[in-house]
Design a protein around this ligand. Structure first.
Ligand code: HEM
Length: 467
């Protein structure tokens, strides 16, 4: 784990020194004010960064929770912060967006586009959110089901030519990318654009988590160049669609069709199209990879899923039709396996927010400018809310989880607008996959790597056997 952050250390130290200077210039009030939460700020400058990145993050968080409780202070990546593992307080942090704003390093903002939804607050954010949500409501997804099914069938057929050995993560990325493209550009997505945009995206993804050094040859520099090209291509697509007054389907169609004061500039449209594809792609692919791993590791669950899917397949065969939205609403066993996968994988272990003013919570002070981290993974692994939390047990979702204890898609104003699409993607893939193949994991089956989301080691290479 230490090797992972070694190349970033010089940059981390610079950040820490900068943050420390800023912090010193703003003394934290102590007299006559609520006190700071308990916890350790670690070493000068370094804080607890090395502790977090040199051990299992679960251990780091749970040790501190045991020692200090569900709200504690720390100091990581050069910033003072408060970590939260109480669902009720996490909900406050995520829903009181006038007190806690989303915060990202400037390099990420530059890469995704400063006008993208993730970085916004207030009325511009609400406007964007309504528009994006409208493209991912069940009524909109219904119309995409056949196209998603076609993508799945093509993908599965392509595996026959791979001597039946595939890298799960790579294949799931191909899948989630194509689904993201149709949801953003409509079913008639400009075919010649897909591959070109994809290679630019790959380049951005490689640079997104690299050290933000904009020097010739660095991953960051390549990603920034790819970002510029991506922007140019999108601007051309926007121009073409505007010229022929044929706005097309998908989110782009919605954004181009806005009238009068609702209209967005081309920059706003481009940044949000790029952002949505980015948000939809790696997240869904990482969860799908875990889903295939868990179904492999728990054959009794795979059998139960197969029985459920076979029943739907028989009905489809009788009426000679493809899968429908309604079919996906009648998959309770598979749905619970997906819910449990989202809990155990917790691919977004925590989020960053920043206090916009001094805030008092549970008798503690959170000073303005401090980072606040709701710890989703810690909450998802709490035995108080999920008994025997290390056990992969989809039956726990036969009863709805306690309010605010299950947040794989976040909560509040910035919660995920793509959650339904992600689930439908998983259901349709599982429907066809379990009917066509069984699979075995090749090599080590227990490691985890971070790319940047946690995924099974080496992207879970598997050997497929046609049924
Ligand atoms: C299993 C897959 C996915 C997971 C686990 C996931 C998780 C999340 C989470 C936790 C957030 C909240 C971030 C925050 O509060 O700062 C979020 C936001 C977002 N997600 Fe997803 N997501 C997934 C798939 C998708 C898909 C398929 C789309 C496509 C529409 C999407 C689009 C977005 C967007 C645009 C936001 C930003 C919303 C805002 O800032 O208001 N996500 N996602």
């Amino acid at each position: 784990m230490f090797a992972l952050i070694l190349p970033f250390l010089p940059f981390l130290f610079l950040m820490m020194i900068a943050c420390n200077l800023i912090r010193r210039s703003r003394e934290v009030p102590t007299i006559g004010h609520p006190r700071l939460p308990p916890g350790s700020m670690g070493w000068p400058y370094v804080g607890e960064t090395l502790g977090l990145y040199t051990q299992n993050p679960n251990t780091f968080f749970s040790n501190r929770q045991k020692r200090y409780g569900k709200i504690f202070k720390s100091h990581i990546l050069g910033c003072p912060c408060v970590m939260i593992s109480s669902p009720e307080i996490a909900k406050i942090i995520l829903t009181q967006s006038h007190l806690f704003k989303p915060t990202y390093p400037i390099s990420k903002e530059m890469m995704l586009g400063p006008q993208a939804i993730f970085f916004q607050q207030g009325s511009y954010h609400s406007h964007l959110k309504k528009l994006i949500q409208s493209s991912f409501l069940p009524s909109a997804i219904k119309g995409m089901v056949h196209k998603i099914e076609d993508i799945v069938l093509d993908l599965i057929a392509s595996w026959d030519q791979h001597t039946n050995t595939i890298n799960t993560l790579h294949e799931m990325k191909k899948y989630s990318y194509e689904v993201a493209m149709i949801s953003v550009f409509g079913k008639e997505v400009e075919v010649n654009e897909i591959e070109g945009l994809k290679s630019l995206y790959n380049c951005i993804e490689k640079g997104y988590n690299s050290m933000p050094l904009n020097l010739l040859g660095t991953s960051f520099n390549k990603a920034m160049k790819a970002r510029k090209l991506l922007n140019e291509r999108l601007r051309k697509m926007i121009e073409n669609r505007r010229e022929i007054v044929e706005y097309g389907g998908g989110l782009l169609g919605v954004l181009l069709g806005l009238k009068e004061q609702d209209q967005l500039s081309d920059e706003q449209i481009a940044d949000n199209i790029i952002g949505v594809i980015f948000a939809a792609h790696d997240t869904t692919a990482s969860v799908l990879t875990w889903l295939l791993k868990y179904l492999h590791d728990y054959p009794h669950l795979l059998d139960a899923v197969k029985v459920e899917q076979e029943e739907i397949r028989c009905k489809r065969m009788e009426t000679k039709r493809g899968i429908t939205w309604e079919d996906t609403r009648h998959m309770p066993v598979t749905t619970r396996v997906i819910q449990e996968t989202l809990r155990t994988a917790s691919i977004l272990s925590f989020l960053f927010r920043e206090a916009v003013e001094d805030v008092e919570l549970e008798g503690y002070l959170i000073p303005r400018g401090w980072k606040v981290l709701p710890l989703f993974r810690t909450i998802h692994y709490s035995s108080e809310f999920f008994p025997d939390p290390d056990k992969f047990d989809p039956s726990r979702f036969e009863v709805a989880p306690r309010a605010s204890t299950y947040m794989p898609f976040g909560n509040g104003a910035h919660s995920c607008p793509g959650s339904e699409l992600a689930k439908v993607e998983m259901l349709i893939l599982i429907h066809h996959l379990t009917a066509s193949y069984r699979w075995e994991v090749i090599g080590e089956n227990n490691g985890i790597e971070y790319v940047p989301f946690p995924v099974p080691k080496h992207g879970l290479p598997i050997k497929l056997h046609r049924i």
